[in-house]
Design a protein around this ligand. Structure first.
Ligand code: ZN
Length: 328
């Protein structure tokens, strides 16, 4: 067998191995199935016994300023129409959002991809006008980490952080995955880059400690939810076949009820919005009404995600002595 023939056979064997049919889930042992599920889990509930100044609930409003990148990277489309929809977020939506927050005197967290700052440096200046607001990290160019190797994921975040710090002058405390999803490597990368909380997962409505491979990951999780996100309700996305143009009253009623129950529970209400989605006129009216409703109740603590994460990090809730796996 010649060397080249030998190498060809080796290549064929490697290809066969990589194309091997995965074992169907129903044929896997309980131990095998568990390894698919238990990589990243929810640990202790971190709802504190009391929020600052006796508040009943913590409210964290976040705005993901994805601009053109959500179309360019996630949807892989690049046309003047889609780019202009992203531009709307920076040019029209964000100033409206900031004006509303200013009128109500409340802070928010702005998760901004580094490339959005490069494309629209004015958005950083605008957000900075109110020192109550927080800048959170939201990838380099809205890349989906599930499409990257762990080395590439780390390189993307390192490159993004450099740009982020150059524009904002601060190192962010908060990480939000552009895909609202993590790879097996993400937690180690994020922790080594100095983040103190993640806001991408959905195991609870309450803040919780993030577990990785059965161990405390060293991060607070401030969970998100698709029902508490403006994109699925409102965004028109032909490429995804998503034609969501909901009446604002429908969304108002869902978000108000979510808030009201969170208030009764004494827990937390995290809402994710995008200036290019929520920033349209009738939707901003609805957000205004929602904030008025929340402010009508006593003991509502409007805070940035970092303030919430800092507050709960060292203040275990009364029930948090229960091991993570037993809380399921
Ligand atoms: Zn995003």
């Amino acid at each position: 067998m010649t060397i080249s023939r030998y190498l060809a056979v080796l290549g064929l064997l490697a290809a066969m191995a990589s194309n091997a049919e995965p074992v169907p889930r129903w044929q896997q042992s309980p131990e095998q199935l568990k390894t698919s599920i238990t990589g990243v889990r929810a640990g202790a509930d971190l709802t504190p016994a009391a929020w600052p100044e006796g508040a009943r609930i913590a409210v964290g409003l976040s705005f993901d300023v994805d601009t053109e990148l959500v179309w360019l990277e996630d949807r892989e489309v690049q046309s003047p129409s889609t780019m202009s929809r992203g531009e709307y977020g920076a040019r029209t939506g964000l100033p409206r959002v900031l004006a509303l927050l200013s009128r109500h005197g409340i802070p928010a967290t702005f998760f901004i991809p580094a490339m959005s700052m490069e494309l629209h440096p004015a958005i950083v200046r605008l957000v900075k006008l109110d020192p109550r607001h927080e800048f959170g990290f939201h990838s380099y160019a809205h890349e989906n980490p599930l499409r990257l190797s762990s080395a590439d994921e780390r390189a993307a975040y390192e490159k993004g952080l450099e740009i982020f710090v150059a524009h904002t002058g601060i190192r962010p405390q908060g990480f939000r995955s552009a895909a609202w999803d993590l790879t097996p490597a993400t937690i180690d990368i994020v922790r080594s880059l100095g983040f103190v909380y993640d806001s991408s997962l959905m195991a609870d409505d309450r803040p919780y400690r993030l577990m990785s491979q059965g161990k405390d990951a060293g991060l607070v999780e401030l969970p998100v939810e698709w029902i508490l996100d403006d994109w699925p309700y409102f965004q028109l996305d032909w490429g995804d076949g998503q034609v969501s143009m909901r009446n604002a009253d429908d969304v108002f009623s869902i978000w108000r009820d979510e808030f009201d129950v969170a208030y009764d529970e004494g827990t937390m209400f995290i809402l994710t919005m995008h200036p290019q989605v929520i920033g349209h006129r009738y939707r901003m009216q609805m957000l205004d009404r929602l904030i008025v409703h929340m402010k009508s109740k006593p003991g509502v603590w409007f805070a940035t995600h970092a303030q919430i994460a800092d507050y709960v990090a060292d203040r275990p809730s009364p029930g948090s002595g229960v091991p993570a796996e037993e809380q399921d």
